[in-house]
Design a protein around this ligand. Sequence first.
Ligand code: PLP
Length: 465
Amino acid sequence: MRYISTRGRAPELGFDAALLAGLATDGGLYVPASWPRFSGAEWATMAGLDYAALAAKIIAPYMRGSVAEPKLVAITQQAYGTFTHKAVAPLVQLDSQLWLMELFHGPTLAFKDYALQLVGLLFDHVLKARGSRITIVGATSGDTGSAAIDACKDREAVDIFILHPAGRVSDVQRRQMTTVQSNNVHNIAVQGSFDDCQNLVKAMFADARFRTDLNLSAVNSINWARIMAQIVYYAFAALRLGSEQRPVAFSVPTGNFGNVFAGYVAKQMGLPIAKFAVGSNRNDILTRYFETGSMTANDVVPTLSPSMDIQISSNFERLLFSAYNNDGAAVASLMDRFKQSGVYAVDAAAHAAIMDLFVGDRLDDVGTKATMKSVFAATGHVVDPHTVIGIHAARALKTLPGTPVIALGTAHPAKFPDAVEAAIGQRPVLPAHLADLFTRPERLTTLGNDLDQIKAYVRQNARKI
Ligand SMILES: *Cc1c(COP(=O)(O)O)cnc(C)c1O
């Protein structure tokens, strides 16, 4: 498979190089040159596979020419073998039309484990084959960081630096990152917002010398391999609940647009998916875009769902590229405009194509707590403040007759105990493997929102390449 940049001015790469590169040199994001498709009959043969076996089937075409299929099967079995639920991504029914897919049975209790456990192993495999090392830098609004650190800790070929906005991630999220004692793990608390962290990471990548000296690589959702791994659970759910005759719909609590974009790819691969609902908190740039056709950045406000507290949804660029029929120049000019003015308008044809498939909704903190409470009262399920936004947004899909709606459960409620307790009056308990989290010692460094200071820290602390 060949990979091309959404801005059309970076070299085409194979899978290994796209995995290691993260962001393309023209500032764009890598996407496959074409979407692999399975026929209805081919999907039908995959319906009974377990999660790891299905994962190997779905991602094989994206890695053809890089990782051989038997090796891939071993890697997916290793990646998902440690998950604490046998089904890996179980579905629970909430009402006659609505299901919840629990994507929090990995080591750090958020859906990001489903991609990163696999990506960590792929890095290891590819780097060993090349005899090289990398420095991973990433920004996190909470859950990416812990999932990436867990996936990369103690790996010989990797140093990992994770930037998080100081004081703006939950105690559980921070401790899941800072209590990892491996020498190759570095936590940086930045005095700024998640978007500041993301901009710092982008600026490090934009510095060609720094990028080369440190062999920089990314694991945030700009990395294609993460999207690829996330396609699997959409297929897993669609095959369980749907069929060629019965499309399904998904509702996804959304920040960077990485999760829901993987659903879009699942549809391009031939799965019968009718529509996606995109749920936002008060940081609702996407919902406003769906309402107006214009993408307009605002300031970030902190909410009860911090992993969605962002105003720039990086992965939306991948959808735009597709909606503009792979016109990299058109996408580059929209992104330039956005960088300059904080606004761009999508042209009518592309916007109409997007609106065919997506609907946006939003929920503020008051609504978040009220809905957590009503879901608990109606179903007995305790859901976290991100998941509940997807459950709320599902209402737009329930008008599709005879269509099962699957809301994605993106985090375990015990990751956000204060919000859950405030909503339902009960404190969720951490699973056994994290029971002593609050007594483990922390390691982190606090730095200003200052590119030079952060680059100097990374240079000093990365092992020699
Ligand atoms: C990361 C995250 C999201 C947002 O996912 P995107 O891929 O950034 O849209 C939602 N919920 C939780 C719990 C997350 O960790």
